[in-house]
Design a protein around this ligand. Sequence first.
Ligand SMILES: Cc1cc2nc3c(=O)[nH]c(=O)nc-3n(C[C@H](O)[C@H](O)[C@H](O)COP(=O)(O)OP(=O)(O)OC[C@H]3O[C@@H](n4cnc5c(N)ncnc54)[C@H](O)[C@@H]3O)c2cc1C
Length: 528
Amino acid sequence: MMDNEINLLGLPYFTTTVKETLKTEVLIVGAGPTGLMAANQLLRFGVDFIIIDHKSRPTRESRAITVTARSLEIYQQMGIDSEALSGGKRVASFSLYSEGKRKADVMIGEIGKGLSEFSYMLSFEQSKNEELLVKQLTEAGKVIHWKHEFISLKQMEDGVESIARHENEKVCILSRYLIACDGASSPVRTQLNFSFRGGTYRNKFFVADVHLDWKEVYDKLIIAPGDENFCAFLPMYGERNYRIIGTLPKSYFDREDITFRDIDEAVVNTLGIGVTFESVNWFSVYKLHHRGVENFRAGNVFLAGDSAHIHSPAGGQGMNTGLQDAYNLCWKLAFVLRKQASPKLLDTYNEERLPFAKWLLSFTDRGFKMMTSDNWFIRFLRKNILFNLAKGVISAGWPQPLMFRILSQTGYSHKGRSLSCSVSRQKLNFRAGDRLPYFESDNIYPLFRNPSFHLLHIGESALSENACSKINESFPFPVCIVENTLDRKWIELGVKMELFVLVRPDNYIGLICDELNNGLIQLYMKRF
Ligand SMILES: Cc1cc2nc3c(=O)[nH]c(=O)nc-3n(C[C@H](O)[C@H](O)[C@H](O)COP(=O)(O)OP(=O)(O)OC[C@H]3O[C@@H](n4cnc5c(N)ncnc54)[C@H](O)[C@@H]3O)c2cc1C
């Protein structure tokens, strides 16, 4: 191994040649939420991995603050949802303020009723998510290699050779695959020479975690776009704790040493109602970017989370999208590493996650510009048209389920992608590629917790033992058969007769058919 890497100062990175060489199936670079989720998923599937991070511990900053219903469903499958719920705060209502006037006010505590068990918006900070995911790993005896900085990688035909630095010593890690979860400035992405196209917003933004006093209730989300500035107040766990995000007043753009006390008056003026800030727990000023890669994969290396896409905090999607990237990728890696699927399966990661990232970038960009732009025309639209429509539209019942499906990431479907196939003749209200249907009256999600494929059989009576063993013999991997009676909840979704639904380990529907035979299973398995 050559000892020729140099840092930006032109000095050698290492004092010695390789101190140790580690071998693993998957190297995860970065122990933020995305990397920790990847580690937890690989653990569930029994895949050997090493996770490294150049920090010495998980983040202490609250950073991302909302956990979507889809992420909570994943936590439920992992058995850690109750810890998230008990450490989080449910948002009960939402108000839109303009110049101190309430333009819209709506109860959102059950905004997704009937759509997910987690039918609300939960505020549960990134630092707590990381703690929870770290705890799971530690309890299972897994080590997180803190203070290990990824330096370089070399792709080989059958794997990746990575170099990391640990206390000035060089560590070589040989892995079959590498997942880059190393955040927005991803050194792995840089090594791959991937472009990260997009832009940087002109405004500067601030984030402040405060303890406040006002006449409003303390579980309300408030958005207050003003002519000069924008600010949003999100409730946090505890009494009277709030996260404020907003645009920095222009007069502060060039100053480096700003504190919340410098801008608190501007924040109060933008909100337009009386509020006292009693203490400030965290304050930070930053520039926001919207950027993405064109491919989530290069050979044996995969990008996930902020290393692949970054966007404005509009809608609180960033951390959640990273969690779901990792969730989508890891079961596929497990199946390939166990030789239960061909490496071709790994191409479906990019096929399924890239379109979502692209859509999310444009969705958050449009929403964010509409709320924060100081362009006169957008200001005019916002103030005179959007806000006047807001009350009626937001308060009307119909947009709420749609908004919930989008913001909770439960509505996203892999319909039409290569792992989604339907050969049923029934006119169903769900499709291959959709997330498993949720029924408020009879939640079937707890039946789908195993780290495997599940075959859901919907019928008048259960399959015979013989039929079950024939099905199991036809699949190249174990499949859990789940029986569910063809009752009212299914009839309402268009199921009229016996139906088989093959559910992927990430609870998306792979195959739908009226009859299941060996030929059909083999045909579907060709996609693997
Ligand atoms: C102020 C703020 C508010 C936000 N609000 C929200 C919100 O409400 N909802 C939401 O969903 N998202 C939000 N986000 C975005 C969210 O924080 C990110 O999307 C999320 O952290 C991405 O997770 P990640 O694991 O992909 O990357 P990161 O959290 O950035 O983790 C990357 C990890 O890689 C490590 N690393 C980097 N380089 C190396 C290296 N060379 N070697 C080893 N390790 C390395 C880092 O130490 C870090 O631990 C917010 C972000 C900020 C800053």
